[in-house]
Design a protein around this ligand. Structure first.
Ligand code: OAD
Ligand code: ZN
Length: 246
């Protein structure tokens, strides 16, 4: 992949960068993206039917079991070359923020440090009543495991449709977007707010926007650079061309 010379020159000098990633970055780790069809016994459900407070109130066990199934799939997943390339990029750029919509924890697994998990983390579980995090729980529980502190139902520590994003993390992401000189949007369909508006916000603050995605998205026409392809291939090539590593 030959990145344009002016982009390479910009990246070699950049001091402050922000990256937004979506499920596409984990696709080459074998994890299905959000818009991929569901498989097996979950095929008959839409994620939007399960990842909501209403679904959990209606049938907590169904929602708990769906996340347990997804969590199992993630336990076997390993970071791919795209995750590692982003960790290299963080090491090469003085002020670097990695904002992710993914709940799979693979960025940290690959060595990224400043990771802002906008939508939570599927490996963490909290009480749906008092918010206490649980480190272990009774998997054989009748409905869903109960909070050891107040007896409330435990739930995955992920953002459901219609729920607010974690305030402190969103604030940190907005600061990173305002301050960055280059903003990357990688492996996201760019349809879920507020993540989908971060690229435009960066651009209005004067940042160059670089999109890397398997297909074009609503952002593509506004991006300053668009690389169509797999992030596990494009990112290592870009990091190698700019910083000579990966
Ligand atoms: P999507 O499934 O909506 O989009 C994934 C994007 O990645 C698509 O545009 C694919 O074309 C692209 N893609 C697939 N494989 C790729 C690869 N190997 N390399 C590069 N791009 C690839 O997933 P998200 O955009 O992450 O929110 O979805 C955003 C949010 O929608 C999710 O976080 C979730 C859902 O609502 C919540 O659960 C709150
Ligand atoms: Zn509780």
């Amino acid at each position: 992949m030959d990145a344009p010379a002016e982009l390479i020159a910009i990246l070699r000098k950049v001091e402050r960068a922000a990256v937004l990633t979506g499920a596409g970055v984990s696709q080459e780790s074998g994890l299905r993206t959000f818009r991929d069809s569901q498989e097996g016994l979950w095929a008959k459900y839409e994620p939007t039917d399960l990842a909501t407070p209403e679904a959990f109130a209606r049938d907590p066990k169904l929602v708990w079991d769906w996340y347990a199934w997804r969590s199992e799939a993630i336990k076997g997943a390993r970071p791919n070359r795209g995750h590692y390339a982003l960790a290299e990029m963080e090491a090469a750029i003085p002020n670097f923020s990695l904002i992710t919509q993914n709940v799979d924890g693979l960025h940290r697994f690959a060595g990224s440090r400043n990771v802002l998990e906008l939508h939570g983390n599927i490996q963490r579980v909290r009480c749906s009543v008092c918010g206490e995090f649980a480190e272990n729980w009774d998997e054989e529980a009748e409905v869903t495991p109960a909070c050891s502190k107040c007896g409330g139902l435990l739930r995955p520590h992920v953002v459901w449709f219609g729920e607010p994003l974690p305030e402190a993390i969103l604030t940190a992401a907005l600061v990173a977007v305002k301050e960055c000189q280059v903003f990357f949007s990688i492996g996201t369909s760019g349809v879920v707010q507020p993540a989908a508006s971060l690229a435009r916000a960066a651009q209005t603050h004067g940042a160059i926007v670089v999109e890397i995605n398997a297909e074009s998205t609503p952002l593509t026409l506004q991006a300053d650079y668009f690389f169509q392809g797999k992030s596990g291939e494009v990112l290592p090539d870009l990091v190698k061309e700019v910083w000579g590593k990966a």
